[in-house]
Design a protein around this ligand. Structure first.
Ligand code: UDP
Ligand code: MG
Length: 306
């Protein structure tokens, strides 16, 4: 059995794939038998051709190519579905996770943990990106109901037991960091370097991050639904007291009820909250709908696995 499966999602990384393969080779040669599974997430550049060429020269390189862009976390999923190794290593394909850090993770892993996270000491991203990712992690840890270590990179190593658990989770909305934390095995953290992106462009922007955070929260918790109940209870409680007060005023003090403005404010406020809550319920129903459709999570156009 192969010792390590390294899974690498790739989306338009033609400038990075060969160098990543070369640097990984240097590091992994000393560590044991391995396979590298590149998952081409519908790249429109030469990434897939480069992966095929690498396979010709090095049979440890395997590849899956999607029919279109399905997304980072789905690409990782496909890689995990095809991994043969006893231990699994995940890393990004843009060289921001340096392969040279793998031995550190492995050392920790061999101390008897089932999962070792790579935690970045220092983020080598722009200020805006760092701010967005701070808000992202805060949001997720506050509302998703699971504790996902902050500042984790994708770079990590874990046992086949975790792989089997993950592969048995077939939900369509896939937030891998959350799913891994959810499995709840014995974990450790290891500080790793994080390199700036030297070549190619980041594929995440603030909107995509927000979408991911929202997906993460709705996949792991029904707190937003409960929030509707709480807010509803609170506002109807306030409403009840307020109306009793006005009835009392009208009946016993005879003061006419004034306040067109306050009525409008109340109507708009309550209307807004109702729409928001409907939207949240809609999100969950949308999720149920997608699950019921039961489409495949990804479609593979071409693969090299032998
Ligand atoms: N990626 C992918 N599919 C996507 C977007 C990104 O497979 O739809 C890959 C990308 O090629 C890279 C990794 O996911 O290997 C991380 O993406 P990126 O570097 O753009 O994210 P960032 O590091 O900026 O958060
Ligand atoms: Mg990156």
């Amino acid at each position: 059995m192969i010792e390590f499966s390294i899974i690498i999602p790739v989306y338009n990384e033609e400038e990075n794939v060969s160098e990543l393969h070369r640097r990984l080779g240097t590091v992994m040669e000393r560590l044991g038998t391995y396979e590298i599974i590149f998952v081409d997430d519908g790249s429109s550049d030469k990434s897939w051709q480069i992966i095929k060429d690498l396979h010709e020269k090095d049979s440890r390189v395997k590849g899956l190519s999607f029919s279109r862009n399905f997304g980072h976390h789905i690409a990782i999923t496909a890689g995990m579905d095809h991994a043969q190794g006893k231990a699994i290593i995940l890393m990004d394909g843009d060289l921001q996770d340096p392969p040279e850090e793998i031995p550190k993770l492995l050392k920790k892993f061999n101390e008897g943990y089932e999962l070792v996270y790579g935690i970045r000491k220092e983020k080598k991203d722009s200020i805006l990106k760092r701010f967005a990712s701070f808000v992202f992690w805060w949001f997720i840890n506050s509302f998703s109901g699971i504790n996902i270590p902050r500042n984790q990179t994708l770079l990590r190593i874990f046992d086949r037991k975790i792989l089997d658990a993950l592969n048995s989770m077939r939900e369509r909305s896939r937030f891998i960091h959350g799913m891994i934390a959810w499995t709840g095995f014995k974990t450790a953290m290891q500080e790793v370097e994080h390199a700036p992106r030297e070549r190619g462009k980041s594929k995440y922007n603030v909107i995509k991050l927000f979408r991911l955070a929202f997906n993460a929260i709705t996949s792991f918790s029904t707190f937003p639904l409960r929030l509707a109940t709480y807010i509803g209870l609170l506002s109807s409680g306030i409403g009840l007291f307020y109306s009793l007060y006005f009835i009392y005023k009208k009946l016993f003090l005879g003061i006419p009820v004034l306040g067109y403005a306050s009525i409008i404010v109340a109507v708009l406020f309550v209307g807004g909250i109702q729409l928001l809550m409907l939207g949240i319920i809609g999100e969950y129903i949308g999720r149920v709908y997608q699950e019921v459709q039961a489409r495949p999570i990804y479609i593979i156009k071409e693969h090299i696995l032998d």
